[in-house]
Write a protein that binds this ligand. Structure first.
Ligand SMILES: Cc1ncc(COP(=O)(O)O)c(C=O)c1O
Length: 378
C-alpha cells in the first residue's frame, strides 16, 4: 500500500540507546532506561508508581491479580474493546459483564453501569477509546458508592487527560500500551500505573516472578526468594531503550499527531455537514492524544465498500473491534446486561483512517480526496 494504516514511531535515537544497553551489558529488565521510562510516566501522570510491563495485556493481568479477582466475581466493562480487557479477568475465573457504549465517544455508557452491579461485582473497567476519556467523575462516584475498584484501560490514552487528570491515573489502577500501533512504542510493551501506595509493594513482587528480587538488586536483602504467586512481567532493557527515545520527544510526537487529526477533521467536516459521514466527538473537559482518526459510515455495507475503494487506491484503512459478546469466547465467559442499542450498530459503521507520527499532509489530503470521491462529494 502506498499509504499504510500504521507506521511504528521512530525518532532516530532508538539505535543509540539500544547500542548503549548492549555496550553496557545491560539487556535484561529494570535497567536505567526502564527506570527513566517509569519516572517519565510518574511525572507525567502524577501516580505513586509506574512499572513498565511486557504489554498492556500483562499490566491488566497484574491489575486483576492485585485487585484479588477470583472465581465467581463479576467485572463490568464495554463489549466494544480489545480481547485483553476481558481476558485478564476471565483468566482469574471472573465473569465479564458488558454494558452498552455511548454512540458519541464509543466509550462505556456511564448511565448503564449501576443497573449491571450485583453483590458479585468487584470492579469497573472503563476503556478510553481513541484516547478520549470516559465520563470518569460519574464512574468514580459509582465505584465509591458500591465499594468497587476502577481499573482504567488506558491502552490508547497516553498523554490524554480528563478534567486535567492524566488517563490511567484516576482509577485505582491504570494500564498503558506501548505496542507497535500506539503513539509511543517499544514493539510489545505497556505499563501498570498505581494511583496510591497501597498496591506498590505487591505489584513490584508480582512483576518479578513473585520474588523480592527488586529489593535484592537494591542491596536491601542478602538473598531473594519466593514471596507470593507472580510471573515475569518486566520487559527487556532494549525495549525500554526504544521507548525512551520517544518519551523524550512525547510533546513533539503528540503535536504532530494532533496536526494530522485536525487536518482530517477540518477537511472532512463538509461531508459531515451534508450528513454523509459522522466525525469523532471529544466531550468538554477531555483532551485527547490523536491516537486514531475514525469516521462513521451509514452502515456496515457502506463501510465495507469504502474500505475496498480505499484499498483499490493504495490506501489501507482499518475497521475495529468486533464486539466481544458476539465472539466464540464471549458467549461462554460473558454476559451483556441491558440492551445492545449501540455497541454492535456503531462498531459496524466505524472506519479508521491512516494515522501515525510521520504521516504527511500530502498523504492526508490524498485520503480525504478519495473519501470525497467515494461519496461523490464536490
Ligand atoms: C483498548 C485496548 N486494551 C488493551 C490492549 C492490549 O495492549 P497490548 O497489545 O499492549 O497488550 C489494546 C491493544 O491494542 C487495546 O486497544
Amino acid at each position: 500500500m502506498r499509504i499504510n494504516f500504521n507506521v511504528p514511531p521512530f525518532t532516530g535515537k532508538e539505535f543509540d540507546y539500544i547500542k548503549e544497553c548492549v555496550e553496557n551489558q545491560k539487556i535484561c529488565g529494570d535497567g536505567p532506561f526502564t527506570a527513566k521510562a517509569n519516572e517519565w510516566i510518574e511525572k507525567k501522570t502524577g501516580v505513586s508508581k509506574a512499572l513498565l510491563t511486557t504489554s498492556c495485556t500483562h499490566a491488566t493481568e497484574m491489575s486483576a491479580i492485585l485487585a484479588g479477582i477470583k472465581e465467581g466475581d463479576e467485572v463490568i466493562m464495554p463489549s466494544y474493546t480489545f480481547v485483553s480487557t476481558a481476558n485478564a479477568f476471565v483468566l482469574r475465573g471472573a465473569k465479564v459483564v458488558f454494558v452498552d457504549i455511548r454512540p458519541d465517544t464509543m466509550n462505556i455508557d456511564e448511565t448503564k453501569i449501576e443497573q449491571a452491579i450485583t453483590s458479585k461485582t468487584k470492579a469497573i473497567v472503563p476503556v478510553h477509546y481513541a484516547g478520549v476519556a470516559c465520563e470518569m467523575d460519574t464512574i468514580m462516584d459509582i465505584a465509591k458508592r458500591h465499594n468497587l475498584l476502577v481499573i482504567e484501560d488506558a491502552a490508547q490514552g497516553v498523554m490524554s487527560t480528563y478534567k486535567g487528570k492524566a488517563l490511567g491515573s484516576i482509577g485505582d489502577f491504570g494500564n498503558f500500551s506501548f505496542h507497535e500501533t500506539k503513539n509511543y512504542s517499544m514493539g510489545e510493551g505497556g505499563a501498570l500505573l498505581l494511583r496510591d501506595e497501597t498496591y506498590v509493594d505487591d505489584a513490584i513482587i508480582i512483576r518479578e516472578k513473585g520474588t523480592n528480587r527488586t529489593l535484592y538488586k537494591l542491596g536491601k536483602v542478602d538473598k531473594y526468594s519466593w514471596i507470593e504467586p507472580g510471573s515475569s512481567y518486566l520487559p527487556s532493557e532494549m525495549n525500554a531503550a526504544y521507548l525512551y527515545a520517544q518519551l523524550e520527544m512525547a510533546d513533539e510526537i503528540n503535536d504532530a499527531r494532533m496536526d494530522h487529526w485536525n487536518r482530517y477533521f477540518e477537511a472532512l467536516r463538509p461531508l459531515e455537514e451534508k450528513k454523509l459521514i459522522e466525525l469523532p466527538v471529544v466531550p468538554e473537559g477531555c483532551v485527547h492524544n490523536a491516537h486514531m482518526f475514525y469516521i462513521k459510515c451509514k452502515d456496515l455495507e457502506e463501510r465495507e465498500q469504502l474500505i475496498n475503494f480505499l484499498k483499490s487506491n493504495d490506501i489501507l484503512p482499518a475497521s475495529h473491534y468486533v464486539p466481544l459478546h458476539s465472539s466464540k469466547a464471549g458467549k461462554i465467559y460473558s454476559e451483556f446486561r441491558g440492551e445492545d442499542r449501540y455497541t454492535t450498530r456503531e462498531s459496524e459503521r466505524l472506519l479508521r483512517l491512516p494515522m501515525y507520527y510521520k504521516l504527511t499532509n500530502d498523504d492526508i489530503d490524498e485520503v480525504v480526496m478519495r473519501v470525497k470521491e467515494f461519496y461523490k462529494f464536490t
